[in-house]
Unconditional design. Structure first.
Length: 244
């Protein structure tokens, strides 16, 4: 059974744990006039995640379904959700729509350009293009300007059945992620380029107070500092790669 945790006002983390992989997979459901689901999760987890969603609201009322990039845990069960929510529309980046989603989805996607916003009632989401971060050309993230939550996909992701939400000073999110980069399920998952740090600095400048992470714990606190710490980590990993 998937767990349900409110990680910020109206933002619910729906998480299934894969014991074989020792890895968590999370979707995020935001209650609003037009509810939004971010990450559909894997097709195999669909019964668990929709059951978790039904503890928050009627899944048929979901209006928007977002995700970072075209990958099974991000949008694998998209069409299952569309079948359950008759008024729902996928929402994705221009590249995502052109390369994958427009063909894969049973319903045409709402395409958001870079920095374009989507209002759902009390929440206002800005699409941030993050090409190749965490991976894939079509990658993007959504930032809720009202609640200051950044839906940051795979940017962080330690393994294990970890706590749903951690706070500033409790656990160093970047240190845990570094362990996963070195030997865990996120090993070598991010292509570090000259654009990686500028993108992370731009995300940090948004000053998020909640980081909604697909894998592992979500985070409450100074999200900007956590993102800059991650940029420092990627600089160090890149430097080590050049020296080796």
């Amino acid at each position: 059974m998937a767990t349900v945790t409110e990680i910020a006002p109206d933002v619910f983390r729906l998480t299934a744990f894969n014991e074989a992989a020792n890895f968590q997979f999370s979707s995020f459901l935001v209650k609003d006039d037009e509810p939004l689901l971010y990450h559909t999760n894997l097709r195999g987890f669909f019964p668990n995640i929709i059951d978790a969603a039904s503890r928050v609201l009627d899944p048929a009322t979901i209006r928007w379904i977002g995700f970072s990039h075209f990958e099974s845990d991000e949008c694998g069960s998209l069409n299952d959700w569309l079948a359950q929510a008759p008024h729902a529309e996928p929402v994705c980046s221009f590249v995502g729509a052109r390369t994958s989603v427009g063909d894969f989805s049973d319903r045409p996607p709402r395409v958001l350009g870079a920095d374009e916003t989507l209002e759902t009632g009390s929440h206002k989401y800005r699409l941030i293009e993050t090409k190749h971060l965490p991976h894939c050309w079509d990658a993007s993230m959504m930032f809720d300007e009202a609640g200051r939550t950044l839906f940051c996909s795979d940017l962080f992701g330690p393994g294990g059945d970890v706590a749903p939400l951690i706070h500033d000073g409790l656990i160093d999110l970047t240190t845990e992620y570094n362990k996963a980069q070195q030997q865990g399920p996120m090993s070598r998952s991010v292509p570090i380029t000259a654009e990686t740090r500028p993108i992370l600095e731009g995300l940090a400048d948004l000053a998020p107070t909640t980081l909604a992470c697909m894998h592992g714990s979500s985070f409450s606190g100074d999200g900007g500092m956590a993102l800059r710490d991650l940029a420092d980590l990627f600089d160090e990993i890149s430097k080590q790669g050049i020296q080796s």
